[in-house]
Design a protein around this ligand. Structure first.
Ligand code: PA5
Ligand code: NI
Length: 184
């Protein structure tokens, strides 16, 4: 285990200090996730925009530690489907906590049968119970950021979502979000 430590959180810049690794996911990293494959492919082979970034704290992702990260999803949609994270299941079904920090978003969860959607506005704590795959969506027109706190051994099973989907897809609507069944 590492030693007790203070991590400075800048609530305006949404940065952590000291900071761990940063992950950048571009459109080309999101193969097989958007419903409209042609629209995805055109965007991925075109300007290949950054869809989201994940800034981690220095707490390591190992068993019994409790790391944090801040995800920022850019505003946008691909053929109407709102920009989102890949989404994953935790292999050993650990729970997780999200705290919305900036912008507007949604937390889509799927346990293999049931789908749940939580509106995420700054101050909302989204609770992900054990066994629920989770994906975040930017439903607004500015970047959407949230803090995640998760068991260090939780891991990320992305194949689970590629195989089963998330139950619903989130599309841009006049007001808010239009949730449609995955297969449609
Ligand atoms: O731990 C989490 O659930 C988050 O930090 C996510 O990993 C982050 O939002 C990025 O999403 P994904 O891992 O599905 O690409
Ligand atoms: Ni997770």
């Amino acid at each position: 285990p590492i030693s007790p430590m203070a991590i400075a959180f800048d609530a305006e810049k949404l940065t952590l200090s000291p900071e761990g690794p940063t992950l950048t996911r571009r459109m080309s990293d999101l193969e097989g996730l958007f419903r409209d494959h042609d629209a995805w492919s055109a965007a991925a082979s075109g300007d290949d925009p950054i869809v989201y970034t994940v800034v981690s704290s220095p707490v390591p992702e190992v068993e019994r530690e409790l790391p944090q990260s801040i995800t920022t999803i850019m505003p946008g949609d691909t053929a109407g489907e709102l920009w989102m994270t890949k989404g994953h299941q935790h292999p050993d079904h650990q729970g997780e906590i999200y705290l919305a920090l900036h912008g507007r978003g949604g937390l889509l969860m799927f346990d293999g049968e049931r789908t749940e959607w939580l509106d995420m506005l700054p101050g909302t704590i989204g609770y992900i119970p054990p066994g629920w795959a989770h994906r975040s969506v930017n439903t607004g027109d500015e970047p959407y950021s949230f803090l995640a706190v998760y068991p260090g051994g939780a891991g990320h099973d992305y194949g689970w979502v590629l195989e089963r989907g998330m139950g619903s897809r989130a599309f841009r609507a006049e007001s808010g979000v239009d949730l449609r069944p995955y297969a449609e």
